[in-house]
Design a protein around this ligand. Structure first.
Ligand code: TMP
Length: 217
C-alpha cells in the first residue's frame, strides 16, 4: 500500500533566513534517506514563477490588494495540481518555502484583507490540503529587515515599511499560537548554528514520523 507524503512549510518575515535553513533541512532529511523535494511560493511551477515575477516587480501603478491576492492563489492553484499533490501522492516529503499562512500574514495582517476572504479562497483552491507541520522562523522585525536590506535591491514587498512587517510578524505569531499542534517556532534572531540546532530537533521529529509511516505501509 502506498502512503501519502508529508507537507512541511517554512514561514517567516523578511531576512529570517528561510532559504538557507530550508536547504539545511532538505539536506538533513535527504541524508537520512527521506525522499524529499523542495519548492516555494509564489512559484514552484513555470506558471507560478511567471506570476511571482509579476508580484515582486516594482511597478508605477498601485497593485490592488485583491489583484495581488488572486494572483497569489492563481499561482497556488497551479502549484498544488502540478507539483504538490502529485509529490504527496507518491509519498514524498514536500518542503515548501511559504504557503497560505503567508497570505494570512501578508495580505490580511499586512494589507488588511479580510480573514474570511482568504479563508474562502483557501477552501476553494486547496480543498482539504493543509500543511502537516509549519516552521515559523521568528526574529524581531528590525533584525530581519536590516538583514534583508543588506542583501541589496528590494522587491515590491521588501519596500514596505517597518509597521507593515510588524503586522506580518504579529499575524504569524498569532497563527502559531492558535494552531500550536502544527507550528514549531524557531528563534531566528540567534546565530545560524543555534538556529540549525533547533531545526535538527524538528528534522528528527519529521524523520521519526516518516519512518513510522513507512514501516506501517
Ligand atoms: P520570499 O521572499 O519568501 O521569496 O517571498 C516573496 C514575497 O512574497 C515575500 O515578500 C512575501 C510575499 N508573499 C505574500 O505576500 N503572500 C503569500 O501568500 C506568499 C506565498 C508570499
Amino acid at each position: 500500500m502506498s502512503i501519502r507524503g508529508l507537507f512541511i512549510t517554512m514561514e517567516g518575515g523578511e531576512g529570517v533566513g528561510k532559504s538557507t535553513n530550508l536547504t539545511f533541512l532538505e539536506n538533513f532529511l535527504h541524508d537520512k534517506g527521506v525522499d524529499v523535494v523542495c519548492t516555494r511560493e509564489p512559484g514552484g511551477t513555470r506558471i507560478g514563477e511567471d506570476i511571482r515575477n509579476l508580484l515582486l516587480q516594482i511597478r508605477q501603478e498601485k497593485v490592488s490588494a485583491m489583484a495581488e491576492l488572486l494572483l497569489i492563489f492563481a499561482a497556488r492553484a497551479q502549484h498544488i495540481r502540478e507539483f504538490i499533490e502529485p509529490a504527496l501522492a507518491t509519498g514524498q516529503v514536500v518542503l515548501c518555502d511559504r504557503f497560505t499562512d503567508a497570505t494570512y500574514a501578508y495580505q490580511c495582517g499586512g494589507r488588511g484583507v479580510a480573514w474570511d476572504t482568504v479563508k474562502q479562497l483557501e477552501e476553494l483552491v486547496q480543498d482539504k490540503l493543509r500543511p502537516d507541520v509549519t516552521l515559523l522562523l521568528d526574529a524581531p522585525t528590525a533584525v530581519g529587515m536590516s538583514r534583508a536590506r543588506g542583501r541589496g535591491e528590494l522587491d515590491r514587498f521588501e519596500q514596505e515599511d517597518l509597521d507593515f512587517f510588524e503586522r506580518v510578524r504579529i499575524s504569524y505569531l498569532k497563527q502559531a499560537n492558535d494552531d500550536s499542534g502544527r507550528y514549531r517556532i524557531i528563534d531566528a534572531s540567534v546565530s545560524l548554528d543555534s538556529v540549525q540546532q533547533q531545526l535538527l530537533a524538528v528534522g528528527n521529529e519529521v524523520f521519526s514520523y516518516w519512518r513510522e509511516r513507512s514501516v506501517e505501509s
